[in-house]
Ligand binder design. Structure first.
Ligand code: J9Q
Length: 228
């Protein structure tokens, strides 16, 4: 799977992509992630990517030309690429949206800044508009990173076997049960006795009940009424 990320802040993203599971996935050539500087598609001396809004008002709006030219160039060699824009107006990103995106062979991501992007980009270029949540970021670059991380880990082979089996706890719609590792007692805090019992059926039942209680207390919105 290939991602092209169009941003005016490429340096913001290079560090996170070069760590851990995303790094390994790229080394194994299971995913290719290209961070591209939108300014490379400008033509003026100052490499301008934004301008004042028509009609007045505060802030700056991202100009259409560099975005159109960048997306058109990337699509020339990949006409079927899926174009995503990260904005606060988009549909909320969740595990189901990640699964949908992971079915695409090539995703082009447009990172806007928070004042906005010329509306003609949305109308003419964008297939899917995504928000990662209801808060204000300075820029879409970090949102794109979140979407790439959640999506890339679903590409077959990216996760080790142990991870991929375990993942489904959240995608099942339940919060994870409490986990413990050694030592069995730390600063007078003991690990629940049941986990040391070796009785796998009793442990499974305890974990399921912990998941249910935790979900009911912390995220009742994830539960159907009959599960509460
Ligand atoms: C571009 N706040 O916020 C939540 N998901 C995406 C965003 C966002 C933002 C500002 C600019 C994206």
């Amino acid at each position: 799977m290939k991602f092209d990320i169009l941003t005016i802040l490429p340096e913001m993203l290079r560090g996170p992509l070069d760590e851990s599971i995303l790094k390994r996935a790229q080394e194994k050539q299971l995913v290719e992630i290209c961070v591209r500087n939108l300014r490379d598609w400008t033509h003026d001396k100052h490499r301008t990517t934004d301008d004042r809004p028509f009609g007045g008002g505060p802030g700056m709006v991202m100009k259409p030309e560099p975005i159109f030219e960048a997306v058109e160039e990337l699509k020339r060699s990949s006409p079927g690429a899926w174009v995503v824009m990260l904005t606060p107006q988009g549909r909320r990103f969740d595990q189901q949206a990640a699964r949908g995106l992971a079915t695409r062979e090539h995703v082009i991501m447009i990172c806007g800044h928070y004042e906005g992007v010329d509306e003609r980009v949305r109308e003419a270029l964008v297939d899917e508009e995504i928000s990662i949540g209801d808060y204000v970021l300075t820029n879409g670059a970090l949102a794109a990173m979140v979407v790439v991380d959640a999506t890339a880990r679903l590409v077959p082979g990216v996760l080790g076997h142990a991870d991929s089996a375990k993942d489904e706890s959240f995608s099942d719609g339940w919060l994870e049960y409490p986990q413990y590792t050694r030592p069995a007692e730390y600063r007078s805090m003991a690990v629940p006795e049941v986990l040391l019992s070796g009785d796998h059926a009793v442990i499974a039942a305890w974990r399921q009940e912990q998941s249910r209680q935790r979900t009911r207390r912390q995220r009742p919105d994830l539960m159907k009424d009959d599960e509460k």
